[in-house]
Design a protein around this ligand. Structure first.
Ligand code: ZN
Ligand code: ZN
Ligand code: FE
Length: 753
């Protein structure tokens, strides 16, 4: 089947023969399409079969002209248009010629060679960079991108650095953050009271020693602080968990090299490419089974996946080379606060967690978390979009004027456009405390001031109590509100360049404010521009105790069972949580309808089923019950699903899950393994999508919302829908979770008059 891949590259210099190179490569591989090289970047539309396009992508990386370099490389799989030739198109340059703020770029190979060459003047210098690599977004105060507008401005270049910087033939010609051991920033190892213990290379060596001794280091990295410890040392990992008060949520890891990643995990070629890409994100990889792992089980217990990244800054490279060990590299913050970026804050917040601080005197201007990506069905699934990606724009046509999209409440990102460039911010986080709210406002101001933008409209969520909604309302410009799940669908449309109403958006997540004031989350929506049709949704159920039920997921399980079995629910011997002391109390809440809001949430259905199957009664972190339900299904090969019915009410279809619950109870009574029940549950949901789409007769299906970060559900849904002849669209460059809401809100603005 012919597909199209849309490639956006930033950082390629003009005049090195990049366009002719792509042209020749396309001819050689018989790829059709076009290339444009403009001041906004290199844009390529390439069509061929999947395999050819994959080698096209690989060869751009390996065979490109010697003096070209790539500072960002993003691609999206789209529908083919049927090009007949490959052509070099002239760039129109009608849009603005403003230079873009680039993301922070991982260390290039040339710089790496210098760092590990004892004869080089930058030998083991942790702030080595060049025009092709180094920090960008995290150190830029203003545009134009000149040294004086970055936090490197305070470092006076030495004559040697200045000579490189001013030589057009040098790799460091106008490398704004360039530095060397003589003139640039330096590292220091400090105790928790701030006393300087060691400096320069001694600081790094002693940090390495401390990590090997099981200590915890707070490291000032690129976009903020990270907490590091030896991932092979169980006691160290447990200590970090205790001190960070993070009992079970998986820790991200950094491994010294790709070889060790391959030894620990199943790694496909596209995953390997991603790990060592310029973006260098955390990639979720499946652990190998039955191996002698060097990674303590405590890093991600009960989780068949590991979040792994490779060293991406010189400081990380030097540390990891000395260590030769896998390390935990988790964000330097308290719970869900934004990561610390300055020393004062770090010492205040992390002194009880870290034993030592490895810091430096190059200022970080804004927090940029490590991005998290996974590959599902051969496509990228963005879970957290930050370092390496933000604030690169996504192109979206039809926006009128300048629009600010204020984003959702949880996992917030914001977006602002300049013409058809939509700048999507880095992951900001949950707007639940003053630090996050301040970060939210700072990021909006950053993007506004970089591009000198004054928003004329603001788009926000329909939820009246969200901080982002209230912020939008506080601005003195027209406010437009978009229903949360519709924004998910619009985000998926924007990414896939879809327009019109002949499609069904499947929008499943944990929570979103519905147009009827109830909590939605299991929605099937048909886009209709400014509005939408709620074509189908999950049969509603109650959340006894309201928000609290998100933690005590067994209460959701009880609610589901109660709605199926009524008074007979307590006769279900097989369900242990029914014997809990407060089970009767929960029933009373439901009976009297006290603090028990109705919801159609797919995420909450996952939670409740997880409790019923006996996987989790309560959770320690967001989505834990649903994730463990996914993991239970991970290895079980069955296509069986539970029976369910599709009802009709008020012109909408209703996914009635009652028979499914009965099926689950039957299986439990017959001692069917939990993994198999979990698999059948996932299969049932995929089947629900298929049957609803068949009833509604749409040929295009869009999958969005946080539930589709679930690999099993996403894969199964794609496979079943494709088998039945539907075209499936997913999110690739922005998260299908709430991090993608701001793009959906921006898409909404194209319908406003
Ligand atoms: Zn470099
Ligand atoms: Zn220098
Ligand atoms: Fe959502």
């Amino acid at each position: 089947m012919i597909q199209k891949v849309k490639i956006v590259i930033h950082g390629v210099v003009q005049g090195v023969g990049f366009r002719p190179f792509i042209f020749r490569l396309a001819k050689e591989l018989d790829v059709k399409g076009w290339i444009i090289n403009s001041s906004q970047g290199v844009f390529i539309d390439a069509e061929s079969d999947r395999k050819t396009l994959e080698s096209f992508i690989r060869k751009i990386d390996t065979d490109r002209p010697k003096n070209s370099y790539i500072q960002s490389f993003e691609h999206t799989w789209l529908d083919a248009e049927g090009f007949e030739t490959f052509e070099i198109r002239e760039s129109k340059e009608s849009g603005s010629k403003t230079a873009l703020v680039l993301p922070d770029v991982s260390t290039c190979n040339d710089c790496l060679d210098e760092i590990f060459d004892p004869k080089n003047r930058r030998y083991l210098y942790p702030f080595t960079n060049c025009t092709n690599c180094g920090p960008r977004y995290s150190i830029i105060a203003d545009l134009p991108y000149d040294r004086c507008n970055t936090t490197m401005g305070e470092f006076e270049m030495c004559p040697e650095c200045r000579a490189e910087y001013t030589d057009p033939l040098n790799r460091r010609f106008h490398a704004e953050p360039t530095a060397c051991p003589k003139c640039g920033p330096q590292v220091t190892l400090k105790g928790t009271d701030g006393t300087v213990l060691y400096e320069k290379q001694e600081a790094i060596l002693n940090a390495v020693k401390a990590i090997k001794d099981g200590k915890i280091i707070a490291l000032k990295g690129i976009g903020g602080y990270q907490l590091l410890c030896d991932a092979s040392n169980q006691d160290a990992v447990i200590t970090l968990r205790k001190r960070k008060r993070r009992s079970e949520k998986p820790f991200a890891l950094m491994l010294p090299n790709a070889k060790m990643v391959i030894a620990e995990c199943e790694v496909s070629e596209s995953e390997l490419r991603l790990l060592s890409s310029v973006e260098a994100p955390i990639v979720l990889l499946k652990k190998k089974k039955n191996i002698q792992s060097a990674i303590s089980i405590e890093c991600a217990s009960g989780n068949p996946y590991l979040g792994i990244m490779l060293p991406y800054s010189p400081l990380h490279h030097i540390l990891m080379k000395e260590l030769g060990l896998p390390i935990v590299a988790t964000s330097g913050n308290i719970s869900e606060d934004p990561i610390c970026i300055n020393e004062e804050e770090a010492f205040e917040k992390l002194a009880d967690i870290a034993d030592y601080f490895l810091v430096h005197n190059r200022k970080i201007l804004r927090h940029v978390d490590d991005s998290i990506v996974r590959i599902v069905s051969g496509k990228q699934v963005m879970m957290r979009r930050a370092r390496g990606y933000a604030p690169l724009p996504v192109v979206l046509n039809g926006i009128k004027g300048v629009t600010l999209a204020a984003g959702p409440h949880l996992k917030n990102t914001i977006a602002i456009n300049k013409a058809n460039n939509v700048f999507i911010s880095q992951h900001i986080g949950d707007l639940e405390n003053i630090e996050s709210i301040n970060a939210f406002k700072r990021v909006i101001n950053d993007i506004k001031s970089f591009y000198e933008l004054t928003p004329e409209h603001v788009i926000c969520d329909l939820h009246p109590d969200y901080i982002s909604t209230k912020y939008a309302e506080s601005l003195d410009i027209p406010v437009h509100k978009v229903q949360h799940h519709y924004a998910h669908v619009l985000s998926c449309m924007a990414e896939n360049e879809l327009e019109g109403s002949d499609m069904l958006g499947v929008s499943w997540d944990g929570t979103g404010y519905g147009t009827d004031g109830t909590i939605w989350g299991g929605e099937f929506l048909v886009p209709q521009g400014i509005s939408f049709k709620r074509a189908a949704y999950f049969k509603p159920f109650r959340l006894p105790g309201g928000e609290q039920a998100i933690h005590d997921v067994w209460k959701i399980g009880l609610s589901l069972l109660y709605s199926v079995y009524g008074e007979k629910v307590f006769e279900l011997e097989i369900i242990p949580f029914l014997k809990k002391n407060d089970a009767l109390l929960v029933k009373q809440l439901l009976d009297k309808n006290i603090n028990s809001p109705v919801t159609t949430s797919a995420g909450r259905l996952f939670d409740g089923i997880s409790a019923i199957i006996g996987i989790r009664d309560t959770v320690n972190y967001e989505a834990q019950a649903a994730m463990e339900l996914e993991f239970a299904a991970d290895d079980f090969k069955t296509n069986e699903y539970f029976s369910f019915s599709i009802d009709e009410s008020g012109g909408s279809l209703i996914f009635n899950w009652e028979n499914m619950i009965k099926g689950i109870i039957n299986d439990l009574n017959e001692s069917v393994p939990k993994g198999k029940i979990a698999t059948k549950f996932h299969n049932t949901l995929a089947e629900t999508i298929v049957q609803i789409v068949q009833r509604l007769k749409y040929s295009k299906v869009l999958l969005s919302g946080g539930c589709f970060l679930n690999k099993y559900l996403l894969e199964k849904s794609i496979n079943r829908l494709t088998e039945e002849g539907f075209k499936v669209y997913t999110q690739q460059r922005v998260p299908s979770g709430d991090g993608g809401i701001s793009l959906g809100q921006m898409k909404y603005s194209t319908y406003i008059n």
